[in-house]
Design a protein around this ligand. Structure first.
Ligand code: ADP
Ligand code: ZN
Length: 708
């Protein structure tokens, strides 16, 4: 194995070349393993920092790293990014002009390149050359493409199986974001690296806010959402080509710059749209799922699923395209029964129907979850976390349960009286006493339960019935026009007064919809820095993030560096970027401060007074002597939200008179239940323990107070 360049430590290399001060989780372990000459399998989520795991060793070791990558666009972007960091890198593929190929190969042979990117199809064409040069490692990016188990099998990858045989001495690192363990094992087997050390980074992406909302009035909801995401880049995923076009048209009509992207466009059109998106020239793309693979854009601030994806893997991969720079990003999934029915139809008749339907069901369960979504998501990938995340819609607005026995009886009785022949929509119409043609044509206005739940809104009733389905009281017959039938549990509800708890549908108040990324362009300096970045990117013909990521610009806004030394401390500023860009970015920062010191202060002040955090507004009212009920009514919130505001304020060190909320006896009682329950996994365990008599918020508060 080639000798290491010991004069620079890894951290030095990290700062000098990439401008970062610390490693992301697992990066260091992976790098050290590779430096010792061991084969390595790195499994990290998108945005986890995979590239650095082979780029840094490539710099630390003598010779060249050979990187195999499936897509030309990906190779090009990575090479651009490396060059902008002053690292000599090049790519080779069959679509390049002859002279460019020759130049690259001559650079490769003369040992000029630290990293050489090549498509799997081309690598064996170059075998003679590869045997003549010093190679320090092989990196196989998107390694799941080698496995037919994976979701993205590429036949050309299978040839890589003989790489180990041809170059037995050279360590291989395989990298993928595929969480599925069958695929992981298959990768090691196919690449003939059975002893590869495996590193699995957490799949958690804490900066992604997970949000699920009922798929009603979607366009209206999206327009509302976009108001708080002006100028941010985002992707809307749709199931069909047709809907990408119609959604894009509606957004354009509302004044947004949005483009549809689907397989029906020519490949030139598609690559143009993609490029303009990457370069921050088009903020919104409305796409079918094909969009995004191979896009290395780090500042996608939001992803919306207009339709439900067919499985959790796809969902996770798609939301994962946002927030790769580690800054907050908002992901929003619209959930509708109609989508489930549609997706089932797609799956039916396929040879893997059972498998697909099972995956769809898990997706559906996720969308309907009444507990922390991130825990559900990570649990699906085999990661079991103890704590709720605090950054999903359920955590932000936990469900409030009520005794839904009566309502459940009404629903079950309606289903029975409709002879278990009708689907969800009709059952709701009948219960609400709708005066429409389909009800009248069947004479349903005459049955006994007609109009019995007219006090419940259509939407809420739909939610309650879905909960009853999830609780196993009703069943939906997808194969038979989605008719609802009663299960044995329903008999208990109807005849034995079986108790049913229902959760109030989540209230999506303004505070959630206006979740804004902190990089909102209301900040004048931030948008000026963005403009400068766009200008430079344009001049150099590279994507904007190759110059600087949003995270770097944000760090500039926060630290306001005044000289080169201070600029070198900005995250993402290494030696090459310091030399290239410090002067022009410093100039913008200084001008902004000189020109508008007053205005800056003013807008900041204004912003602050406008945007008192919502939990502090609740706290203010609480201090004014209002009760939680009164605050909730006044602010149009549910009680549990107000409770969580007070809890949040308390944990942030604000003085909150908790005695008004909970007595010390109650705290003791709940704390001692914790001991009794041995290994309580969730608040629900406590809730049950106290026979549903102590509300969730109180349990949470008590546990928090007794722990602190
Ligand atoms: P992946 O290939 O796993 O999706 P990337 O290699 O594209 O991830 O890295 C994601 C982002 O994280 C990039 O913007 C990259 O510059 C940044 N990054 C990588 N390593 C670090 C680090 N140690 N500190 C800060 N940012 C990092
Ligand atoms: Zn959560």
């Amino acid at each position: 194995m080639p000798g290491t360049n010991t004069s620079l430590t890894l951290l030095n290399l990290l700062k000098t070349h990439f401008g970062f001060d610390t490693f992301l989780p697992n990066q260091k372990q992976i790098i050290t393993t590779l430096l010792k000459g061991n084969d390595t399998l790195a499994i990290m989520p998108t945005g986890g920092g995979k590239s650095l795991c082979f780029q840094l060793p490539a710099l630390a070791l003598k010779g060249t790293a050979i990187v195999i990558s499936p897509l030309i666009a990906l190779m090009k972007d990575q090479v651009d990014a490396l060059r902008s960091n002053g690292i000599s890198a090049a790519y080779f593929n069959s679509s390049q002009p002859e002279e460019e190929q020759q130049q690259t190969l001559s650079d490769l042979q003369s040992g000029k390149l630290k990293l050489f990117y090549v498509a799997p199809e081309s690598i064996f064409l170059l075998e003679n050359i590869l045997h003549r040069i010093v190679i320090n490692l092989f990196a196989i990016d998107e390694a799941h493409c080698i496995s037919s188990w994976g979701h993205d099998f590429r036949p050309a990858y299978t040839r890589l199986g003989s790489l180990k045989q041809h170059f037995p001495e050279i360590p291989i690192i395989a990298l993928t974001a595929t969480a599925d363990s069958a695929t992981q094992d298959d990768i090691a087997k196919q690449l003939a690296i059975p002893k590869a050390k495996k590193f699995i980074a957490s799949f958690d992406r804490p900066n992604l806010y997970l949000d699920v909302r009922p798929g009603q009035k979607r366009i209206q909801q999206i327009l509302q959402f976009l108001k708080s995401h002006q100028d941010d880049s985002g992707i809307i995923y749709c199931l069909s080509r047709k809907s990408t076009q119609s959604v894009a048209d509606k957004l354009v009509a509302a004044g947004y710059d949005a483009k549809a992207y689907h397989a029906g466009l020519s490949s030139e059109e598609r690559s143009e749209i993609q490029e303009r998106f990457v370069n921050d020239q088009i903020p919104i793309i409305v796409a079918t799922i094909a969009f995004g693979m191979g896009i290395d854009k780090s500042n996608v601030r939001w992803v919306i699923h207009y339709n439900m994806p067919k499985n959790i893997e796809g969902y996770y991969q798609e939301i994962g395209r946002s927030g790769r720079d580690g800054l907050p990003a908002h992901t929003l999934l619209f959930y509708s029964f109609a989508d489930v029915v549609q997706l089932r139809k797609f799956a039916e008749g396929s040879p893997t129907e059972d498998y697909q339907l099972a995956k769809l069901e898990r997706m559906q369960q996720f969308a309907e979850a009444l507990s922390c979504r991130r825990r559900a998501l990570l649990g699906y990938f085999g990661e079991h976390v103890q704590e709720d995340c605090g950054n999903c819609d359920v955590c932000k607005n936990p469900p409030v349960y009520f005794d839904g026995t009566q309502l459940a009886q009404k629903v079950c009785s309606a289903v029975a009286r409709l002879n278990e022949q009708e689907a969800l929509g009709m059952v709701i119409d009948v219960l609400r006493g709708a005066h429409n043609a389909s009800v009248y044509s069947k004479g349903y206005q005459n049955i006994k339960t007609y109009g019995e739940a007219s006090d419940v809104s259509w939407r809420d009733l739909q939610q309650y019935i879905i909960q009853l389905i999830n609780q196993g009281v009703l069943e939906i017959r997808f194969h038979e026009n989605g008719r609802l039938i009663l299960t044995p549990l329903a008999k208990g509800v109807l005849f034995e007064n079986r108790k049913i708890s229902l959760a109030r549908p989540l209230q999506k108040k303004e505070e959630e919809t206006s979740f804004t990324s902190e990089t909102q362009t209301t900040n004048g300096l931030f948008s000026k820095l963005k403009q400068l970045r766009a200008k430079l990117a344009n001049e150099m013909g590279v994507p904007a993030y190759v110059i600087f990521s949003d995270a770097s610009l944000k760090d500039m806004v926060a630290k306001l560096p005044q000289d080169e030394l201070a600029f070198s401390e900005i995250s993402g500023v290494g030696q090459a970027k310091l030399e290239k860009y410090a002067a022009s970015f410093l100039k913008v920062i200084q001008e902004e401060q000189k020109e508008k010191p007053k205005k800056v202060v003013k807008t900041r002040k204004k912003k602050r007074s406008n945007k008192t955090p919502t939990h502090l507004i609740s706290l203010g009212l609480f201090r004014d002597g209002l009760t939680v009920d009164e605050i909730a009514t006044q602010r149009g919130l549910v009680n549990s939200t107000v409770h969580s505001h007070l809890l949040k304020a308390h944990s942030a060190g604000e003085e909150v008179e908790v005695e008004k909320l909970i007595s010390s006896e109650e705290i003791d009682k709940i704390a001692s239940a914790k001991q009794q329950l041995e290994n309580p996994k969730s608040l629900k365990d406590f809730f049950k323990h106290f026979e549903e008599k102590i509300p969730y918020w109180k349990i949470k508060l008590a546990l928090y107070l007794s722990d602190n």
